[in-house]
Design a protein around this ligand. Sequence first.
Ligand SMILES: Nc1nc2c(c(=O)[nH]1)N[C@H]1C(S)=C(S)[C@@H](COP(=O)(O)O)O[C@H]1N2
Ligand SMILES: [Mo]
Length: 332
Amino acid sequence: MHFLDKNRGYEHPTASDITPRAVYEQRRELLRWMAAGGAGVALAGWAQREAHAQQIARPQKLAALSATRSTLPGSVTMEKPTPYGDVTTYNNFYEFGTDKEDPSRLAGTLKTRPWTVTVEGAVGKPRVWALDDLLKLAPMEERIYRLRCVEGWSMVIPWVGYSLAELIRRSEPTGNAKFVEFHSLADKRQMPGVNSRVLLWPYVEGLRLDEAMHPLSLLAFGLYGEVLPNQNGAPVRLVVPWKYGFKSAKSIVKIRLVEKQPATAWNVSAPQEYGFYSNVNPKVDHPRWSQATERRIGEDGLFQRRRPTTLFNGYEAQVGQLYAGMDLKKFY
Ligand SMILES: Nc1nc2c(c(=O)[nH]1)N[C@H]1C(S)=C(S)[C@@H](COP(=O)(O)O)O[C@H]1N2
Ligand SMILES: [Mo]
């Protein structure tokens, strides 16, 4: 079954098709004007990135990944998806560098096959999963989630995947399993950023077991109806929509069930700034900036307006119970 609805205007996600044509033309016009020196430095970064997005938005058509639209409450936002070109060129994937454009420039050579994901630790059934077996493990669903980065920007992304719970359940967690740890690939030969010391490698993230088992926690294999572009975390990544984006580890090679709260890459590097929980919360500011509002990528430029950030990134009805009685300022 084809899952992308034509009427919603993003069936063929090229930068030109998913943005209404008039707007697209206007932006191109604007770009030309800026390139000619018509804008001040404030917009130069935006203009550069837009030019980059248009150049490499569609290097090739990736393999289709068919899915049916999820019926899980909260899993399909009606907000307008962020254009494909933005989703795939404005990335955080420090294994490939710290600039937003580094991953789309440098991740193309990442070898995503053969690929295995090891599930181990406090489980009755540890297993090394081949990617092909993971792809068949449960029916693929399309979920359209908001993604809120701790840096103060957001996107709306149509992912393809299934609940992480499907995989965890099959590993039969033991009574000692209280947390889940996710390890990304850290291969210096393929990932130039791994030579740097911005973070301790591998990139490790973690969730409490009940968070990991929440049906909204997604094991994603694709976006916009195609397999994941490498820069978005191919071949398989986590997406936890109510938490800051850095909780959603990319290019996962290991999932480990553990008894103690894991030491996670960002929490270890700057514990005052990045808590273990990192639930999206407009009332708990980052020590260096407010989290009250966000900038929606794709709405940048002259018409940009910051939008209010919402508790649990708008997923409070679905996940609020997980944190009942918890001090969200203390457990940030
Ligand atoms: N392995 C790994 N996973 C990662 C990151 C990273 O640097 N390395 N960055 C995180 C951050 S900060 C965000 S906002 C999201 C961005 O996902 P996207 O580029 O697909 O939008 O990936 C997260 N997962
Ligand atoms: Mo992020």
